[in-house]
Design a protein around this ligand. Structure first.
Ligand code: HPA
Ligand code: ZN
Length: 337
């Protein structure tokens, strides 16, 4: 490890933009396919990896949803989440707010309860075994009908205490934030925190960001890099203290670059930008690799790297006391350097 990798690895880190289904590594995918008698259109891990040559968000989503067909039982979801926790324990990630996509499973005949119970059991065991705390964010698939999102919100009510917030992901084209305004109003009234993907370089990215901020009133924005195109939007996001969860390696796969320079610009403007891994099995790189990528590409100083790490705790959905306690742990490591 070089010096920057050592610094990044040694800092206690929080991850706020992570799709648990996007952590399904090819090896586990084959294992679960065999266990569940599911046919995969690949003969080997290498062949599968070779198919991961995404040009944009839709071409990634095809592979992402195809991969999920091996996830059928509560144990499958448990194994998926435990594999992720094991990976990040080695990188000193201590807190995670992670997305799951219930509709990607219920539409295949897998019960909501099966999905969330498997993940929940892994969250519990990860806290015991690795001291990693985590909370769940339920994402609605924006390319499905609003009625399906509303039905999913209903299904979640039985598990209300297991879910901290709701998000919005999948194909953004022709699926603006405003389409889901009512579902998000309902979710807010039930006490959920709100976030939404505003993916990078989409049609009408800036319009979607304004909807997110002004019409929906989100608590955080996932990606959101295109906010930099509009000074007033930057000012409003900053005024509201909204965090942005940017994913450099992911961006490198589905857009024209990692947007690391933009991450630096956001820091310079005082925006609460964070670095995350998104779907690390598909965009190879977990937290450390993503922070190291941003550092290298934008030539970030140690202070800037530390700010990215601190921002994640600051904009997390933890209590103020818990945030302070994690931030002190970061400061202790920095102080000892
Ligand atoms: N954007 C949209 N949909 C997704 C993503 C993403 O980054 N990851 C998994 N589903
Ligand atoms: Zn994402």
């Amino acid at each position: 490890m070089n010096a920057i990798e050592e610094l990044v690895n040694s800092l206690p880190k929080a991850e706020l933009h992570l799709h648990i289904e996007g952590t399904l590594e090819p090896g586990l995918k084959f294992e679960l396919a065999a266990r569940n008698n599911v046919d995969l259109p690949y003969d080997s891990v290498d062949q599968m990896r070779a198919a991961y040559d995404f040009a944009d968000l839709p071409s990634f989503l095809v592979q992402y949803y195809e991969g999920m067909t091996v996830l059928l039982t509560q144990d499958d979801f448990y194994d998926l989440a435990m594999a992720y926790f094991r990976r990040i324990a080695a990188q000193n990630v201590v807190y995670v707010e992670m997305f799951f996509d219930p509709q990607a499973h219920t539409t295949r005949g897998v019960d909501f309860g099966t999905v969330i119970s498997g993940i929940r059991r892994a969250q519990h065991d990860a806290e015991e075994q690795f001291s990693i705390r985590s909370q769940l964010i339920m994402c609605f698939l924006r390319d499905l009908a609003t009625e399906s999102a509303a039905e999913t919100l209903n299904q979640a009510s039985e598990y209300r205490d297991w879910i901290v917030g709701v998000g919005l992901d999948s194909d953004e084209r022709d699926n603006p934030p405003i389409k889901f305004q009512q579902v998000f109003i309902d979710a807010r009234s039930q006490g959920y925190k709100l976030t939404m993907h505003c993916d990078v370089d989409q049609d009408d990215s800036v319009v979607h960001l304004w909807q997110c901020v002004s019409d929906i009133g989100v608590d955080r924005i996932d990606h959101g890099v295109n906010a930099l195109e509009d000074d007033q939007l930057v000012a409003e996001i900053t005024r509201r203290g909204l965090g942005l969860t940017v994913c450099p390696i992911s961006n490198g796969y589905v857009t024209d670059g990692t947007k690391s320079t933009e991450i630096k610009t956001m820091l310079d403007k005082g925006m609460l930008v964070t670095v995350n891994s998104d779907d690390p099995a598909y965009f190879p790189g977990y937290m450390t690799e993503n922070l190291v990528t941003a550092q290298r590409e934008a030539n970030l100083s140690n202070d800037e790297v530390v700010r990215l790490v601190r921002n994640a705790f600051t904009v997390s959905w933890l209590s103020d006391a818990d945030k302070q306690s994690y931030l002190s742990r970061v400061d202790e490591v920095v102080g000892a350097l």
